[in-house]
Design a protein around this ligand. Structure first.
Ligand SMILES: [Zn+2]
Ligand SMILES: [Zn+2]
Length: 266
């Protein structure tokens, strides 16, 4: 079985909690230590019981509280070599024994769950997404993806739940106040996925029997939850994919924790 909850998601911070039913762990810790503690408290999770913090990449919205939590609760931090090099100075001292390195594309265990870090196209040293699998269940994290690739689709196929980036609406971004260079970065193949791109990806996954989605990493400035949802719904309708299927599209918010998902097919 797998449990999942979004603690925070958006350009200002990202953190998710997974559990095999016994021991929880975090994927990213992009808020202050205090803010993450408060959100864990809402779920009745004592930070001391975490088995570690997995890091996707070194951007501050993913690592802000990682060092603090590691020092405060003696937690292992897991990242690949490229990310370790790039984030080392930003997160401060992590005890040698808590410094864990995984290899991109190599599966490793976290309690009863298997983690597969897969490569993403993003302007960071060695950014990854994760698939988290139990014996019969699987949840995928796919955010900070400059562009969706066949390789990523292959990784996240067969998931019970896909947490997918829907960062911006292209028109809102273009019309907005961000400087030209930042707009270009976001729109590039190493930036962030748009609502349209997320919609196309969801259509493809629905055709391949994925039913549950959480739209994540929404930009505060260049997106609105309603707009993201209606873009996805529009695409699903256009391709006539809603007939007879129960497709659940949820949003991960920046200001509150999400709903707790639990999959148990055993
Ligand atoms: Zn990033
Ligand atoms: Zn990010």
């Amino acid at each position: 079985m797998i449990k999942f909850c979004s603690l925070v998601s958006g350009s200002a911070g990202n953190s998710y909690v997974f559990s095999d039913g016994l021991q929880p762990f975090l994927v990213d810790a992009g808020l202050s230590g205090k803010q993450i503690e408060l959100r864990l408290e809402e779920l009745d999770i004592d930070p001391r019981t975490l088995s570690g913090i997995l890091i996707t990449h070194e951007h501050i919205d993913h690592i802000k509280g990682a060092g603090i939590l590691s020092r405060r609760y003696d937690l292992p931090v897991y990242a690949n070599q490229g990310t370790w090099r790039a984030m080392e100075e930003k997160i401060g001292k992590v005890a040698e024994k808590n410094r864990k390195t995984f290899k991109t594309n190599e599966v490793f265990p976290m309690g009863g769950l298997s983690i597969k870090p897969y490569k993403t196209s993003h302007d960071a040293a060695e950014s990854v997404g994760f698939t988290v699998s139990a014996k019969h269940e699987k949840i995928s994290i796919a955010t900070d993806i400059g562009c969706m690739t066949p390789a990523i689709l292959e990784e996240i196929m067969g998931s019970d739940l896909v947490v997918l980036e829907a960062n911006h609406d292209v028109e809102v971004l273009k019309a907005g106040s961000y400087p030209y260079s930042l707009k270009r970065r976001i729109l590039s193949d190493e930036g962030h996925l748009s609502n349209d791109a997320a919609g196309d990806c969801i259509c493809y996954l629905v055709e391949n029997h994925v039913e549950n989605f959480i739209l994540a990493h929404l930009s505060e400035e260049n997106n609105f939850p309603e707009l993201a949802l209606s873009t996805i719904q529009g695409k699903l309708q256009e391709r006539k994919l809603l007939g007879g299927k129960k497709i659940n599209v949820d949003i991960a918010f920046r200001n509150r924790i999400g709903r707790v998902y639990e999959f148990d097919k055993s």
